[in-house]
Design a protein around this ligand. Sequence first.
Ligand SMILES: [Zn+2]
Length: 105
Amino acid sequence: MPRNGRRRTHNKKAIAIQAMMDLESTMLGNQDTTILNSASSLILRIGKKHGIRKSGYLGLTICRKCKKALIPGRNSRLRIRSKSLKISCSECMSVRTLGPSFGRD
Ligand SMILES: [Zn+2]
């Protein structure tokens, strides 16, 4: 493979972010638990590799403990309390709090 000197290091992170967004939309449009869980582990892996920290809440989240995709009403419970979101995982019972500044950056 010839290397034509095009600098792409700058683009790598952007591609990774795009890939994460694509995975997220796949997850939102998918009901298959196997796909959901493999997509969530991919998102975590991409995020770790490129140092991308997700901010905000896009309708789904990933349990930090059991690494499963949390869909409200399916395997997680979502509570809103004083501008922060509390998401509890029904698989391992861990609770994650988002906010209060989510959605602002
Ligand atoms: Zn969990």
